[in-house]
Design a protein around this ligand. Structure first.
Ligand code: 5AD
Ligand code: SF4
Length: 438
């Protein structure tokens, strides 16, 4: 195969995969390759995959099939991400057209693998991939920045400790340098990413040990940066310094994604979550005490092995007690190699379906109620993209709601908007004022 000159990267799954996908694109561009219009015309297609649930993991094989072109040819195909890490060379046995398999800790070697033409690299090298990546590019006012990767918590349902490896924090300087580069390139909002982002730890330039709140305070001092977010957090790593930061730092947006997964202590124990319902609600209470308007998001799993009707009702109860602005909910999906996959009392699919529907109805009501409560208020919206109708632009409120602004200002504007209507998934607003750059 001749060396590819155009590429297309398609990412699935979490925001960290989106970040990795952007970094792979930057890497290929630095090699002189150019982005193709889409997968159909690219010489090299990178499928950056997710392994978290079975459906996500199986999707890669149908996607590979769809890359075949009318004349029977295929582009060079690289499978990256968490399925690559979990299945390795097995992918090439199942799908012969796959040329390259590259894991999430090895993708800085993508150009070498492309030069080889056919290769599998799922190493988790000691040296950080980040040191080998080229400078950031940016295509909008918001950016992701991975500060922490991996997980040591070993929830019994979860593949992440296996696909992403142990918890590693990127050094203070590396994070701040990347943040500065992003701001120089036009980023007004940075979302710090990590599988357990609030477990981030490092030493600042004076050798003092800092947690995520220290990093956020350093970002707060960056001229030009208007907004800071972070995701995903674990309840046990929600230290008081971070909670206090929510009350003290105006640039830190009033939004917290704090998965609890279930509302029954018995199930939380079987999940190896190492927190209880009471300790989660206590954290939520302290967060709200620091920042009363904070929007709480979360993740829930229904149908974990052994979950009874009473356990499930306890999940509905914790949702009611928390009051979510939004939340994600999933049917439990047994993942090969994880302890829960071989537990007895797996819950029937029909029961999972029914519970998911009930949970999603409740979460949907809460989200709609949260959205309606913002009607009549003014909110600062960072405009991110064009809307469907001419003149409309769309951005995010501080609480991460999508806001459609009629006669909206240009992408990248921080606009004060009066919220005049609310739907289940978005708000509509009228422009009141434009804020000058931070
Ligand atoms: N089945 C269903 N949902 C899962 N999650 C993680 N592993 C599984 C699984 N095996 C969910 C959790 C996690 C989110 C990213 O995905 O809720 O917080
Ligand atoms: Fe999916 Fe987890 Fe990998 Fe993200 S880290 S892509 S959620 S398996």
């Amino acid at each position: 195969m001749t060396r590819p000159s155009t590429y297309h990267v398609k990412s699935f799954g979490c925001q960290m995969n989106v970040y990795d996908g952007e970094r792979m694109a930057e890497l290929l561009a630095a090699e002189g390759m150019t982005p193709a219009v889409g997968a159909d015309s690219a010489d090299l297609v990178v499928l950056n995959t997710c392994h978290i649930r079975e459906k996500a993991a199986e999707k890669v094989y149908s996607d590979i099939g769809r890359l075949r072109r009318e004349d029977g040819s295929t582009p060079m195909i690289a499978v990256a991400g968490c399925v690559a890490q979990a299945e390795g060379a097995e992918i090439q046995r199942r799908a012969k057209e796959v040329d390259i398999v590259v894991g999430p800790q090895a993708y800085h070697r993508l150009p070498e693998l492309v030069a080889k033409g056919r290769a599998v690299d799922t190493d988790m090298p000691a040296a950080s991939k980040f040191d080998a990546l080229p400078a950031r590019r940016l295509s909008g006012p918001t950016a992701f920045l991975t500060v922490q990767e991996g997980c040591d918590k070993f929830c019994t349902y979860c593949v992440v400790p296996y696909t992403r490896g142990a918890e590693v924090s990127r050094p203070w300087n590396a994070v701040l340098d990347e943040a500065k580069a992003l701001v120089d390139a036009g980023a007004q909002e940075i979302t710090l990413l990590g599988q357990n982002v609030n477990a981030w730890e490092g030493e600042d330039e004076k050798g003092r040990v800092q947690g995520l709140d220290g990093l956020i305070r350093a970002l707060d001092r960056l001229p030009g940066l208007a907004r800071i977010r972070y995701t995903t957090s674990h309840p046990n790593d929600m230290r008081q310094g971070l909670i206090d930061a929510h009350g003290e730092i105006a640039k830190l947006m009033p939004f917290l994604h704090l998965p609890v997964q279930a509302g029954s202590d018995r199930i939380l124990k079987a999940m190896n979550r190492s927190h209880s319902v009471a300790s989660y609600l206590e954290v939520i209470g302290r967060v709200r005490a620091a920042r009363s308007d904070i929007a709480i998001s979360g993740d829930y799993i229904v149908g974990f092995p052994g979950e009874s009707e009473a356990d499930f009702e306890a999940t509905l109860e914790i949702v009611r007690a928390t009051g979510h602005a939004q939340a994600f909910s999933f049917k439990y999906s047994p993942r090969p190699g994880t302890p829960a996959a071989t537990m007895e009392d797996q819950v029937a699919e029909a029961v999972k379906d029914e519970r998911l529907q009930r949970l999603q109805a409740l979460l949907g009501e809460q989200q709609f109620a949260f959205n309606r409560a913002t009607i009549g208020r003014t909110a600062e919206v960072l405009i991110e993209r064009k809307g469907k109708k001419p003149g409309q632009t769309i951005g995010k409120s501080p609480w991460l709601q999508s806001v459609i602004v009629e006669d909206g200002p240009a992408i990248g504007t921080l606009a004060t908007v009066e919220i005049v209507a609310a739907g289940p998934n978005s708000l509509t607003g009228l422009l009141r004022e434009i804020r000058a750059a931070a």
